[in-house]
Design a binder for this molecule. Sequence first.
Ligand code: PGA
Length: 259
Amino acid sequence: MKRFVIANWKMQVTAAEAETLARAVVEKWAAQGAQSPDTAAVLCAPFTAIERVGAAVRGTPVALGAQDCFWEDKGAYTGEVSPAELKSFGVEYCIVGHSERRGLVGETDEMVRKKVTALLRHGIRPVVCVGETREEREGGRRDAVVIGQVKSALEGNRPVGTQFIVIAYEPRWVIGTGQAVSPEDAASMHHLIIQTLHEIYPADVVERQFAVIYGGSVDSSNMRGFLGEEVIRGALVGGASLKPQEFVSLCEIAADMTR
Ligand code: PGA
């Protein structure tokens, strides 16, 4: 079963720093990554660094990702970046609906859905972030919020052929805090998301075209606990992905636990 270790560098690095980071990850992961085809290491770079990080990872076992995109291919959309353009730089994965975008710039479920459609059309794998706020959890609305986000992102979107969707369950209130939820807590939400997928798609589509991963304060001290839950297929990693050795350790743990 393939595992995904996806770095989200956010707006933490310049293009030059991103390139250095990417080269360090490649150097540390190249040999082992080549022997671990069931572990996907993905670097989601800022737009300004896509070209440089793309060049650093080309021909290596490390994949290039972006942190957002627009849903149209071309046109009068000031400030936006199209999936077609990302694809031309070798982007294979793209985060959509990250908690920081939902919270800070008002990304809606409808926008997330349109981005998923556009990414699938271009053969880029969407990494769809879902998750509840602390208030929603404390108010007993966690499950309804997450199910609603999943259903909305997938409405009218059915992955076929080699198309693939990663769903990242990230409880919004633990992101960047150093305090992850327990593996059991995360696993119960993964089961709920998979159950929701089964309500929408036939079983073979759920099995072949989807993976659900966990995000929120993952590091090398808790990664094993999460991956020990079979339903958790990987991690979306913010802070810990900014240290190349730490990120590669996460990939090594994933590879070790996939064998
Ligand atoms: P974190 O970020 O690992 O720093 O909590 C995760 C994310 O925002 O995707």
